[in-house]
Design a protein around this ligand. Structure first.
Ligand code: ADP
Length: 228
């Protein structure tokens, strides 16, 4: 998940100091664009050649855009924070998801607890044969089992898990924002990332392909925040 912003080809506009002439050009283009270089030069009482380096800087920095036979026009709000906000809105679950940590339905609660420690996760995804989503078991689900008198070695994890069809999921194509909303609304820490899978009988089941957690989303928040 690290450096996802780089892989996302985030266009970071460097903070550049514009000269007075460049600021005037931006104002002209803002009010009269699209406008040709010739027309800008006329308005400033300068030659087109004099303006060439300024126009090059303004287009390279993304403040103005140039289209052949149309001219220069002003690109709406290209500030870094806007681009970062756009990146965040478009970011998809598949861009930041983690590998799923899964256990099968029949493993004991004891083994599920051990797995949680070994894998260092707060939520285990419980699957049937073929990686099909069966349920989810959280830290507190397992903690609760220690209050009763059940045999942790003999009781399967399926007895305490939250089971399908009550599992909240996302697909890789969903946005990270959608995932965050689901976690907040349902007060849960993790979501299985699934692929809808139709078997030979036409029954729909969900194949687990990843997981997304509050930790993933905090990582995104930090990475974007540090670039502001
Ligand atoms: P904890 O129980 O450790 O505080 P959560 O807040 O994530 O962790 O879980 C709260 C309850 O919601 C638990 O009973 C858990 O089984 C269930 N749960 C966790 N994730 C999901 C999910 N994606 N869909 C449905 N239920 C979930």
């Amino acid at each position: 998940m690290s450096h996802f912003v780089d892989s996302y080809k985030l266009k970071v506009v460097k903070q550049i100091q514009l000269s007075d002439r460049q600021k005037k050009i931006v104002d002209i283009v803002k009010s009269s664009g699209p406008i040709t270089g010739e027309q800008i030069a006329d308005q400033l009482g300068l030659t087109r050649a004099t303006l060439r380096p300024d126009l090059a800087i303004l287009t390279m920095s993304g403040i103005l855009e140039a289209r052949p036979r149309v001219g220069y026009y002003y690109k709406e709000d290209t500030s870094q924070s806007t681009l970062l906000a756009e990146t965040f809105k478009k970011l998809r679950v598949k861009d930041i998801k983690s590998v799923p940590v899964v256990v099968t339905e029949n493993i004991s609660i004891y083994d599920a607890i051990v797995t949680m420690f070994i894998e260092d996760v707060g939520t285990l995804i419980v699957v049937k044969e073929g990686g099909i989503l069966a349920g989810v078991v959280s830290r507190k689900d397992l903690l609760k089992t220690c209050l009763g008198r059940i045999d942790l070695n003999k009781t399967p994890v399926s007895v305490v898990m939250t089971r399908m069809p009550n599992i909240i999921t996302v697909t890789g194509e969903d946005t990270v924002l959608t995932a965050a909303k689901k976690m907040v609304e349902h007060e849960i820490d993790a979501l299985p990332v699934v692929k809808v899978f139709v078997n030979e009988d036409g029954e729909e089941s969900l194949e687990v392909v990843g997981r997304i957690t509050k930790t993933n989303i905090t990582g995104v928040f930090l990475e974007l925040g540090e670039k502001l």
